[in-house]
Write a protein that binds this ligand. Structure first.
Ligand SMILES: [Zn+2]
Length: 132
C-alpha cells in the first residue's frame, strides 16, 4: 500500500509542506494557529492594553489630575486673622497669623509661601519667598 502524501500551505510563506509539519522546512515558521507573534491575540491584546494603559495614565496625570489641582487652587481660601508687630534691633517684625483653607479633596504636595510688600498704591516694593 502506498502512503498518501497530504500537504498543506505554510501559514507564512505559502509553500506546500507536509500536513503534519509543525514547523515549515522552508521558512521555519511554526504552523500552530497562534504560534507566530503577529497572529497571537493574547500578545496583541496585551500590547493594546499596555498602550491604552500608558495613554490612560498620561491622560489621567496631565488632564484629570491637573484639572483637579487647578480647581482646588482656585478654591483655596486665604484668611489673615491677626497681625502682630514688634520692633527688635531696629527692625520691624510683622507676623501674619491666619489660614489657607483647602476644602477640596485634592492634597497639595508642596506648598511655599511668598510675601509681597506693597505701597498704598499697590506698587510692589519688595518680595520675599519663604522656602523650606
Ligand atoms: Zn514557510
Amino acid at each position: 500500500m502506498e502512503k498518501v502524501q497530504h500537504t498543506k500551505e505554510c501559514i507564512m510563506c505559502f509553500s506546500a509542506i507536509d500536513s503534519r509539519a509543525k514547523k515549515c522546512p522552508q521558512c521555519t515558521s511554526l504552523q500552530a494557529k497562534y504560534s507566530n507573534l503577529e497572529n497571537n491575540p493574547i500578545i496583541i491584546g496585551a500590547l493594546v492594553l499596555s498602550i491604552v494603559g500608558i495613554f490612560g495614565f498620561i491622560f489621567y496625570q496631565n488632564i484629570y489630575v491637573a484639572g483637579l489641582k487647578d480647581q482646588a487652587q482656585k478654591n483655596l481660601i486665604a484668611n489673615v486673622s491677626q497681625i502682630n508687630t514688634k520692633n527688635e534691633n531696629d527692625a520691624l517684625y510683622v507676623a501674619c497669623i491666619g489660614q489657607v483653607k483647602n476644602e477640596s479633596d485634592f492634597s497639595f504636595k508642596n506648598i511655599k509661601f511668598k510675601v509681597d510688600f506693597l505701597t498704598d498704591q499697590n506698587t510692589l516694593v519688595d518680595t520675599l519667598s519663604i522656602t523650606d
